[in-house]
Design a protein around this ligand. Structure first.
Ligand SMILES: [Fe+2]
Ligand SMILES: [Fe+2]
Length: 172
């Protein structure tokens, strides 16, 4: 099972915190798990190393907001190296956004490109089907309240608004 390959990483705070972060309008943790599951299944079809693919997948979008669409792979690859992952894991992560960014140079890199695209498609399908029950929107609302990126953005907006109201009052 793919879980046993990544059991240690699933308990790492950097992976745990993705439960509260939003990615494709769903918890980023769901996207990472889907990517890991697809990577695990695709690896043998590509003749790639299953362990490398699955471990790269569970880490591939960590701290993605610190980069752009084409550079966030490099940020997660650096983080993987800091967590002690072998170079092959970082190599797979760095090119996962291909064609928006560098092309993969290894079989494991290609596995992650396809696994990530499939997972993203499944994320959107899951979100769309959850719209019927209202679950998707309630999860999204709750993520907006826990994801530090949106929490900070909201407080920045609020303080800009407060400053604007204060300036208006002073002008009257
Ligand atoms: Fe990504
Ligand atoms: Fe991804």
């Amino acid at each position: 099972m793919y879980h046993s390959i990544i059991a240690d990483l699933l308990e790492h705070p950097k992976v745990m915190e993705t439960r509260e972060q939003m990615h494709h309008s769903i918890p980023k943790h769901d996207h990472l798990l889907r990517s890991a599951r697809y990577s695990y299944r695709l690896a043998p079809l590509f003749g790639a190393d299953r362990q490398t693919c699955t471990r790269a997948a569970i880490l591939h979008d960590l701290d993605s907001r610190l980069g752009t669409i084409s550079t966030h792979g490099a940020i997660a690859a650096q983080l993987a190296a800091e967590l002690g992952e072998p170079e092959a894991v970082g190599h797979a992560i760095i090119s996962h956004m291909y064609p928006f960014g560098p092309a993969p140079t290894t079989r494991e890199g290609w596995v992650l490109v396809f696994a990530d695209k499939l997972a993203s498609f499944s994320d959107m399908t899951a979100f769309a089907s959850g719209l019927l029950t209202g679950r998707s929107l309630s999860v999204r609302r709750s993520l907006l309240g826990t994801d530090p990126f949106y929490v900070e953005r909201k407080s920045r907006k609020r303080s800009r608004l407060t400053a604007l109201v204060r300036r208006r009052r002073e002008a009257v």
